[in-house]
Design a protein. Structure first.
Length: 178
């Protein structure tokens, strides 16, 4: 068999060449998700993502305590009550909850709960204080809930209200050329 170089290739037919086995590159596993079949339903073939999903937003809640110790039960109660606020607004970036204990007299304490919602636009802040910590947490969550619902309702109203635009210059007339 002749090549354009003038060299002739000869083969026995019994030649076995041991080539090293090719391993996939380390980043190939990341691209496996692109070769999945197309989804036919809303929940079919969805990849399972562990960690922070839209349904589990507990990592977006920061709880801090001043002049008091935060127990696991108190943290779980606050997370449970505050997590319902994520149902009203999907665009919440983060929530900060500050619990504070102020000693009024020798035996009496006043508990304050302050909630900050970081959201696109103006952040929402609500305070509530009472002699029972859980009452103040409930009051603060109710206030934040009202604020979020009001904000959502006003955004819808603004979007639906149309207004006339006043242009100071005169527009040129369009002539149909047929």
């Amino acid at each position: 068999m002749g090549n354009s170089n003038g060299l002739e290739l000869v083969s026995d037919g019994d030649v076995n060449v041991d080539l090293p086995e090719r391993k996939p590159p380390p980043y190939a596993k990341a691209f496996e998700t692109f070769n999945r079949p197309a989804c036919t339903g809303p929940n079919e073939n969805k990849p399972k993502i562990e960690g922070n999903t839209m349904n589990d937003r507990t990592n977006d809640i920061i709880i801090s305590g001043h002049n008091m110790e935060l127990t696991a039960a108190l943290k779980s109660t606050v997370r449970e009550k505050v997590s319902r606020l994520f149902d009203h607004e999907q665009h919440i970036i983060r929530m900060r909850i500050e619990l504070d204990a102020v000693q009024k007299t020798h035996n009496e304490h006043e508990f304050a709960a302050k909630g900050h919602i970081e959201i696109k636009g103006k952040p929402l802040v609500a305070n509530d204080s009472s002699e029972d910590l859980y009452k103040s947490i409930d009051g603060m969550v109710q206030k934040l809930d009202r604020m979020l619902r009001r904000r959502s309702r006003l955004r819808v109203l603004k979007r639906k209200q149309t207004h006339e635009v006043d242009i100071p210059a005169q527009l040129p007339k369009v002539v149909n050329a047929r």
